[in-house]
Design a protein around this ligand. Structure first.
Ligand code: BGC
Length: 761
């Protein structure tokens, strides 16, 4: 009896113990409180798969594979991740893009507005050659990201300007990887200083839009390493972006998002990337291959991907440890997100303050290309200005697509001129405004996805002789704006885009002839996002200001430079060559369809291929061998003052080249100058000069000098060596140029590298 009792007692105690333990177990581990390992171990397969695919997306006018949750928290954001509430994992929000936070400006049933600042495009920021300025813009963008409840800004973008017709070149910095990489680093640091994340994109070799998802980019390892990967390498190593966005295209046969080499070997093992990788939207084809490659998050995420991953794990085709690693990479970033930290966002960033930053940045990045007889700056009292050109009245703040921003306003050129105290020809302006509004009223209203796409421009207004004659009579000078817009989904065209339209040529010719006859100057403002042809018309202008797409403060920023309030200090980040054929990529841009019978995929793309025959012959690397093809070289830009460069010294010390030099303002106006350092191996036949570093002066008063001491790691003089698959620094004499453009070397010296050295990738 006693034995029976004790047996029962023992059994009961065991039951009690077991149920207490299961009660304890039932308290699920919580993200941030318990270890990541415990959280991941507690996740079901279903939950893990949910986490590695976004929640889907609403595309206006399209029924998509899944309807997302994006609308719930931040309407207009690009995507969200799944929350897993029982484990304390919140949903994080991702929004575009490179020129500012792209979200819906208004919300149903809500009187508040959610405008974001349209900052200048990346090509303009690169033209400033000012990393501190780029950092400041990043900080403001990051603040808007934070205050609008977004965790990761899908920016910056740093694909290389390989060819002028690339439809998204405006979103990218430069034809040069060093400039791109250093600008990206500054931008990432600025944005992330606000406690939000970035996604540097599009990794990699995504240099055009045509068939972007179906195209196979065939590129040699040397060009891949030295040109296309280099900027990403600099940015990853120097700024640790929270995330990287893999590109749509294939690289040498494999989708970037499915490439273990790119996403795991290069990004993580060689460069030490610590964040997570996400696909571009609907990018790649094989969700399981993406997991294996190290593409942790599939965006925006759809059900077929979910099923494929789940099935593969169940069938033992996808190692569960790989999925765990993807989950861990994502969770490490979720832990750092404002949403996880419970940040109480205001929905009220300081837009007025950010508009000032946008305006200052825009003026700093404009490039003065021509200024005959010092026509600029204009004193405010010089008489009335005849403002010509459709785009003067309808300025392009930035490109279209995900690189666009929903800003509250755009300052037109006439408004900017008025704000700066200038007078302009109201009668002429009226003609333009009436023409533009009549042309716009003829266009059907854009619906759904159309709003996202680049639109055909309105034909440049043709003026009658009497209007031009009246403008000459009533004004002291002419100001003509030539504008361009492009964006995601298509590349630019040669006719009426790279080359000016007949109407534009006629406008320039007629206005220039009439004003020159009256001895009155003609100034051209280029409100563009990428290179256009200039050789045929540049002689018609006395002054040319490349204003790029300068963001919402466009007119004010242009007026700041035109008036002399800001002395221009921008330098070209990309070569302006004579013709499209001048660029080596012209022989095969954008590529060819490989299977004409193939059915287009769900986004309308077909299999295609492009071979980068230009190799490393991109931009000034090529044009220094063919200078006659250049109209305005890389690094070029004028100022209202002049500068001298002196006392260049260079020595090799402890694995670095140590440089010293002095820049002096030799003119009569305060201004800033950019010092560019190029290097080339004198001992190697045909070696080209490449940018190694740069520095911008502070605002120097007339007669004032600034001393610089810069360091270039010897490793940065090395080239990719395909034999050893390493960076190789060949022994020899290296020329160091201190320059004000690739074509204007101000001072040179040499350093000796005594022994050939190799550096790991
Ligand atoms: C673009 C990306 C963008 C994403 C989300 C894609 O179409 O290529 O740059 O971040 O959409 O909007």
């Amino acid at each position: 009896m006693v034995r029976i009792f004790s047996k029962i007692h023992l059994k009961t105690s065991a039951l009690v113990l077991a149920s207490t333990a299961s009660f304890l177990l039932q308290a699920d581990p919580q993200l941030g409180k318990d270890s990541l390992d415990d959280v991941i171990e507690a996740m079901t397969l279903e939950e893990k798969v949910k986490l590695v695919r976004g929640t889907g997306m609403n595309i206006p006018g399209f029924s998509t594979p899944t309807v997302g949750m994006v609308e719930d928290k931040v309407p207009g954001a690009a995507g969200t991740t799944y929350p897993i509430e029982r484990l304390g994992i919140p949903s994080i929000v991702l929004a575009d893009g490179p020129a500012g936070v792209r979200i819906a400006p208004t919300r149903e049933g809500d009187d508040n507005t959610y405008y974001a600042t349209a900052f200048p495009i990346a090509s303009l920021l690169a033209s400033s050659w000012d990393t501190e300025l780029t950092y400041a813009v990043g900080r403001a963008m990051g603040n808007e990201t934070l205050e609008y409840g977004v965790d990761i800004l899908l920016a910056p973008a740093l694909n290389i300007h390989r060819y002028p017709l690339g439809g998204r070149n405006f979103e990218y910095y430069s034809e040069d990887p060093m400039l791109s990489g250093l600008m990206t680093t500054a931008m990432v640091r600025g944005i992330q200083s606000q406690g939000v994340g970035t996604s540097i994109k599009h990794f990699v070799a995504n240099n055009h839009e045509w068939n972007r998802k179906g195209i196979n980019v065939k590129v040699q390892e040397e060009a891949l390493r030295e040109i296309f990967l280099k900027g990403f390498e600099i940015a990853v190593e120097q700024s640790q972006p929270w995330t990287v966005m893999s590109s749509y295209n294939k690289v040498n046969g494999t989708h970037a998002s499915e490439s273990h080499k790119l996403l795991t070997e290069v990004l993580r093992e060689q460069w030490g990337f610590k964040g997570f990788v996400m696909t571009d939207w609907f990018g790649g084809e094989d969700a399981v291959a993406q997991m294996v490659a190290g593409n942790d998050l599939l965006m925006p995420g759809y059900d077929m991907q979910h099923e494929a991953i789940q099935q593969a794990v169940k069938a033992g085709q996808l190692d569960a440890r790989i999925l765990d690693q993807n989950v861990e990479n994502i969770l490490k970033i979720v832990l750092r997100s404002p949403t996880f930290k419970g940040y109480d966002y205001s929905n009220q960033p300081d837009l007025a303050k950010h508009a000032e930053i946008a305006r200052a940045a825009a003026a700093e990045g404009m490039v003065l290309l021509k200024n005959n007889a010092n026509v600029l700056p204009l004193a405010a009292n010089k008489g009335s200005i005849a403002v010509f050109g459709n785009y003067s009245f309808d300025m392009v703040t930035g490109g279209t697509g995900s690189g666009d921003v929903n800003e509250a306003y755009t300052v037109s050129l006439p408004d900017g001129l008025i704000n700066a105290g200038f007078k302009f020809d109201a009668q002429l302006a009226k003609q333009y405004r009436e023409y533009l509004s009549a042309e716009k009223s003829k266009r059907p209203e854009l619906v759904g996805i159309e709003k996202f796409l680049p639109q055909e421009p309105i034909a440049e207004k043709q003026l009658d002789e009497a209007s031009i004659a009246a403008a000459v009579k009533n004004n002291a000078l002419a100001l003509i704006t030539i504008g361009r817009s492009s964006g995601e989904f298509s590349d630019r065209k040669a006719e009426n885009d790279f080359y000016l339209s007949d109407n534009e040529q006629a406008l320039l010719t007629r206005v220039s002839k009439a004003f020159k006859k009256a001895n009155k100057p003609v100034i051209v403002v280029m409100n563009i996002g990428g290179v256009i042809e200039m050789e045929s018309w540049k002689d018609k202008a006395d002054a040319i200001l490349l204003a790029w797409q300068p963001g919402q403060e466009a007119g004010n920023a242009i007026a700041d430079v035109v008036s002399g309030k800001v002395n221009p200090s921008g330098k070209l980040p990309t070569t302006f060559a004579r013709r499209l054929e001048s660029y080596p990529a012209s022989t095969n841009f954008p590529g060819v369809v490989t299977d004409p019978d193939a059915k287009p995929d769900m986004m309308g793309y077909v299999p295609a291929e492009v071979t980068y025959l230009d190799g490393t012959d991109i931009g000034y690397r090529y044009f220094q061998k063919a200078p006659e093809k250049v109209v305005y070289p890389f690094g070029y830009g004028l100022s209202y003052t002049s500068f001298s460069f002196a006392e260049l010294t260079a020595r090799v010390a402890g694995g670095d080249v140590k440089l010293g030099f002095k820049v002096t303002n030799t003119g009569d106006k305060a201004g800033k100058q950019v010092a560019q350092i190029y290097a080339s191996n004198q001992s190697a036949e045909g070696a080209v000069s490449t940018l190694k570093t740069f520095a911008k002066t502070r605002l120097l008063q007339p007669g004032e000098s600034q001393l610089f001491q810069l360091t270039v790691p010897l490793e940065d003089l090395a080239e990719y060596d395909s034999a050893s698959k390493q960076w190789k620094l060949t022994a020899g004499q290296y020329r160091i140029d201190l320059a004000s453009s690739i074509q204007s070397v101000e001072s040179s010296t040499t350093v000796a590298v005594n022994q050939t050295q190799y550096f790991a990738l």
